[in-house]
Design a binder for this molecule. Structure first.
Ligand code: ATP
Length: 258
């Protein structure tokens, strides 16, 4: 579990995060949503220690990461998996070398052990046997799976995904969501996903944090989205008349056609 307590973050005069107190649970996908500029990426970077808050705490299972020395922070970092927007795979390395990279950086495992783990991770994302291909030789959806395999290679306790569905078609997006969700549940990972994808919100939104202007505007799960009368949530999710109509129909069905 990761908790934030009263996080404030400014860049000069720009007050970006304003008193963020929230929880991200283990074993479920935690989604951060909100319009552009709301502060989602800054919050995500702060959660992984790339930014320091002006005040407030980020607690990884009760350990405040901003009170750790370098060695202790490295221990926590080893337990973090990252799935970057646009995959961030190294083009000059094969798929296998990309997945192996965190082990080369953080472990002293033998080459044989590393290769076995690479194979395990490729199997985990249903991509067996593509070790020797280069990222440019596989599709966008496959690259995303390779990114997930690399994020999983050190058996993370915490997984951060920045826009995991960007650039993917809706069907592939759903498969990627299901994969992340399945790995999260099976391995009891605290997974935090920054997303704009409404299919993800309604599909895997077990804990949704909606941000607006640096505040938490709403928190809930996918089953509460339809019924909520929170104006920020309504404006954000049901922005189009088409979605508004869908919502009305879904609510009618839920309440027995009344
Ligand atoms: N490194 C930085 N230095 C200065 N200001 C920054 C920095 N990173 C972000 N900001 C500012 O913080 C605010 C929130 O940006 P952030 O990237 O978190 O928005 P976002 O919700 O992720 O938006 P999007 O959905 O478009 O990615 C913006 O005003 C942005 O200019």
């Amino acid at each position: 579990m990761i908790r934030t307590i009263d996080i404030e973050k400014s860049f000069g005069e720009n007050h970006v995060l304003k008193g963020i107190t929230t929880e991200f649970y283990s074993g479920k996908p935690n989604l951060i949503i909100g319009s552009s500029g709301a502060g989602k990426t800054v919050l995500l970077k702060l959660l992984i220690g790339l930014f320091t808050p002006n005040s407030g705490q980020v607690l990884y299972d009760d350990v405040n990461i901003f009170e750790l020395d370098k060695k202790e922070l490295r221990q926590i970092r080893m337990k973090i998996g990252m799935l970057f927007q646009g995959n961030a795979l190294f083009d000059s390395m094969t798929v296998g070398e990309n997945i192996r990279f965190p082990m080369d950086m953080f472990t002293r495992r033998s080459m044989k052990e590393k290769q076995m783990r690479v194979d395990e991770c490729l199997e985990m994302v249903n991509m067996e046997g593509i070790n020797n291909r280069y990222p440019s030789e596989v599709s966008g959806g496959m690259q995303k799976r390779v990114g997930i395999a690399r994020a999983m290679v050190l058996e993370p306790k915490y997984l951060f995904c920045d826009e995991p569905n960007s650039g993917l078609d809706p069907q592939t997006s759903i498969l990627i969501d299901e994969l992340i969700c399945d790995l999260t549940t099976r391995n009891d990972i605290t997974t935090v996903i920054n997303t704009h994808d409404m299919n993800s919100v309604m599909g895997i939104g077990d804990n949704i944090l909606l941000m607006k202007n640096g505040h938490v505007a709403w928190r809930g799960d996918k089953s509460q989205v339809l019924e909520s009368d929170n104006e920020v949530l309504e404006d954000f999710i049901f922005a189009s008349p088409f979605l508004q109509r869908l919502r009305e129909d879904a609510l009618k069905l839920r309440h027995g056609g009344q």
